[in-house]
Design a protein. Structure first.
Length: 199
């Protein structure tokens, strides 16, 4: 979208991403239930399967909750990528690459896209904490017995060891996501690997 700014693809994707960012988790989940469960009858609206059931029975029940999380994250990332690409394509090194006669597709894939993804990776990792918070709402809408429901039950029962264990797991997920983003940033930007000299 950032490469076709103010044109139809850009306006369309920007509108979709803004709608996805603006809708609360429970609204997005309800719309998915209406479309895929009530209208198309493809997936169950709520989870009625025992957590100990085989994976083949559990998979259809996690499609809509997972899709809700993906929509929320993708909408935010699309907006960030668009803004980053608009800034990158205006930079001097992109103009220099184009003035050398390099193909536009090569300039985009080799120079523009990797640099535009750098801030996106960091922001995507930071939104993991926000998504973990959204699990409570999504699991409640779909009646899914996930980690959010387990944490609420543990708090209600005053099961301190279980609360601490879940908090550690969530913290590890957040740390691993940020570590992965840092490693990908180093891969995309080799200049960050070399130590800087002072003086």
């Amino acid at each position: 979208a950032g490469l076709t700014r103010d044109r139809l693809p850009d306006l369309l994707l920007s509108t979709i991403s803004l709608i996805g960012m603006s809708l609360p988790e429970f609204v997005t989940a309800t719309l998915l239930i209406y479309l895929f469960s009530i209208k198309l009858r493809l997936f169950p609206a709520v989870t009625l399967v025992n957590p100990d059931a085989p994976l083949s029975e559990l998979l259809p029940n996690i499609v809509l909750p997972t899709l809700t999380l993906i929509i929320l994250l993708t909408a935010y990332i699309l907006r960030v990528v668009r803004t980053s690409i608009i800034e990158v394509v205006r930079s001097d090194y992109i103009r220099t690459a184009r003035s050398k006669g390099l193909a536009s597709l090569w300039v985009i894939l080799r120079h523009a896209l990797p640099n535009a993804l750098l801030p996106t990776l960091t922001i995507a990792a930071l939104t993991i904490a926000w998504l973990i918070g959204g699990l409570f709402v999504i699991e409640s809408v779909f009646n899914y017995p996930g980690i959010g429901t387990l944490l609420l039950t543990a708090i209600h029962d005053r099961d301190l060891p279980l609360v601490q264990s879940i908090a550690v797991v969530m913290a590890l997920i957040y740390v691993v996501a940020n570590l992965g983003a840092d490693l990908l940033t180093l891969m995309l930007n080799p200049r960050l690997r070399s130590p800087r000299t002072v003086g």
